[in-house]
Design a protein around this ligand. Structure first.
Ligand SMILES: Nc1nc2c(ncn2[C@@H]2O[C@H](COP(=O)(O)OP(=O)(O)OP(=O)(O)O)[C@@H](O)[C@H]2O)c(=O)[nH]1
Ligand SMILES: Nc1nc2c(ncn2[C@@H]2O[C@H](COP(=O)(O)OP(=O)(O)OP(=O)(O)O)[C@@H](O)[C@H]2O)c(=O)[nH]1
Length: 490
């Protein structure tokens, strides 16, 4: 599971700026659920070797009387869901009464909160920070969210106590990239791990996610109704999903149920049925995600954000358009056109039209689930990948950059789940986006990859890290050491 970090503070202290910095990845997609979450914004952060879920809250306003109500309405919920609270204040403004009010709440709740004094750029940071000890929440961490200063130290500080509880916190993928600094060792060992795993005999973890009311429970029950089931609750907080082992055609699965299978006498009306955190955790924990959308409603931004979150997390996906029963042909054609238009960014995912209620199309879903899983876990050797690269280049030469043709030399596998292909060559960082997309699609087609994102990365043949080592800060070195230790342990 990924740990959850909540950003709280009064308006304008820089919460959104920090949120954007933390959730920015190369293909950033923020899971934003307006309407559902009443002003909370959820994102998946992949920052500086750490991955976690971050919640941005709308600011708590300054008026003393309103604080309780506002904190209760949304910030409190975020704090409740979080493992770590970052309480942001404005280093330039000094303490305000709103800050004092929030601090009081945090002290009462007793959850670990770190006071983050933002906007320390261009001012006497130490003097400005000193002010905030009065909040009574311990050490003050100065940052400039807009420039990134201090952010890494802050994260290292608040995550160090969590690394034992949350092994997923440390990113294995970016560790691979980092670890090439020290040679081939890590990449080789990652391959070894992958090669040692017999994916076919592992239970396939399958999450069924979607907005409220799209039919997740109906689908889960439909799938389970046909199978022999043992239901068990993972004990813990409300944010835990239910894990249900099942068997289908001789293969083991674990269904991760975010909706809660209907069981008589067990429905607690007070618990919010739909939880974004629960959904995001389930996606993260799954091998394959079935994203359920409602055919009777237009595809919403929330649907797209869920799908985007799954892709960003590198998960394989299958899209199930539910409630396909009882629609006229015209209506169906219209829905299909709408889907084509809005789901272009996941054109590699299979789309199924199903009726969870009547069961039609549900069996076929599993074919795509297995196909996506096989795509994500397949093994491909360097020689095959390099051959594909050569054919791609033969068919369509890379462009000239500053009068020289970009040279692509060889390709190798850089990771699995999702598959990563690393291409080495000269001037590769100058390759235009269109050619990078051409190569990505070419690899996808040649490898027959469906339902899973594929990442193609480029490395300069000369050691791109040469001379960089000395420039790493001590914190970076320490973190790298920890990452290496973590990878070796895995
Ligand atoms: N100088 C400086 N300005 C910053 C920094 N971080 C944010 N700001 C500025 O502070 C202002 C508020 O930033 P936001 O990120 O929108 O603040 P917020 O806390 O999300 O505000 P609400 O959305 O109203 O709650 C913007 O004008 C930012 O450009 C920083 O590190 N240094
Ligand atoms: N016509 C039709 N209705 C369906 C279908 N699947 C589900 N429904 C109906 O849609 C409603 C919502 O279904 P649920 O399975 O409770 O949806 P959910 O996604 O689990 O909802 P939450 O638990 O609130 O997140 C119910 O009234 C179902 O009977 C379907 O395939 N066709």
């Amino acid at each position: 599971m990924l740990p959850v970090v909540a950003l709280v503070g009064r308006p304008n202290v820089g919460k959104s700026t920090l949120f954007n910095r933390l959730t920015r990845t190369r293909d950033a997609l923020v899971a934003d659920f307006p309407g559902l979450t009443r002003d909370r914004k959820y994102g998946r952060a992949n920052y500086d070797g750490y991955q976690f879920i971050v919640i941005d809250t709308a600011g708590v306003h300054g008026d003393e009387e309103g604080i309780d109500a506002e904190m209760a309405s949304q910030s409190l919920r975020a704090i409740d869901e979080a493992d770590v609270v970052l309480f942001m204040v404005d280093a330039r403004d000094g303490i305000t009464s709103a800050d004092m009010g929030i601090a009081k709440h945090l002290r009462n709740i007793g959850k670990k909160a770190y006071v983050v004094a933002n906007k320390i750029d261009g001012i006497d940071a130490e003097a400005a920070q000193a002010d905030f000890y009065e909040l009574g929440l311990g050490e003050i961490y100065g940052i400039a969210a807009a420039h990134g200063r201090g952010v890494e130290q802050l994260l290292t500080r608040c995550f160090t106590p969590l690394t034992d509880d949350y092994p997923e916190l440390l990113v294995a993928n970016s560790a691979t990239a980092e670890a090439t600094v020290d040679g081939e060792a890590v990449e080789a060992s990652e391959d070894l791990t992958h090669d040692q795993i017999d994916y076919d005999s592992l239970p396939l973890k399958l999450a069924i996610v979607g907005r409220p009311n799209v039919g997740k429970s109906t689908l889960t029950n439909r799938i389970l109704g046909e199978e022999r089931v043992v239901v068990f609750d993972m004990p813990g907080t409300t944010r835990d999903s239910i894990y249900i082992p099942m068997e289908r055609d001789g293969r083991e699965y674990i269904l991760i149920d975010t909706a809660g299978v209907r069981r008589r006498g067990k429905i607690d009306e007070t618990v919010e049925k739909f939880s974004v955190i629960k959904t995001l955790q389930a996606i993260d924990d799954a091998n394959v995600v079935i994203c359920v959308v409602d055919a009777r409603e237009t595809i919403s931004d929330q649907d797209l954000n869920l799908i985007g979150f799954a892709l960003n997390a590198g998960r394989s996906i299958v899209i199930a358009v539910n409630k396909w029963d009882g629609l006229t042909n015209d209506h169906r054609e219209e829905i299909k056109r709408e889907l084509d238009r809005r789901l272009g960014f996941v054109d590699f995912a299979r789309v199924h039209f199903i009726s969870a209620l009547h069961g039609s199309g549900v069996g076929n879903l599993f074919e795509s689930v297995l196909e996506a899983y096989a795509s994500a876990t397949q093994r491909v050797g360097t020689s095959k990948l390099t051959r594909i690269l050569e054919t791609a280049v033969d068919e369509h030469q890379p462009p000239l950059v500053r009068g020289r043709r970009v040279k692509l030399k060889y390709a190798h596998a850089g990771g699995y789940n999702p598959p990563r292909v690393i291409i080495h060559g000269n001037q590769v960082t100058d390759l235009p986006g269109s050619y990078q997309r051409y190569l990505t699609n070419y690899f996808r087609k040649s490898l027959g990859i469906m339902g899973t994102p594929i990442k193609v990365e480029f490395r300069e043949s000369e050691n791109p890290f040469a001379g960089r080592k000395n420039k790493l800060t001590t914190t970076q070195l320490r973190k790298r050491k920890r990452l290496m230790k973590f990878i070796k342990k895995k």
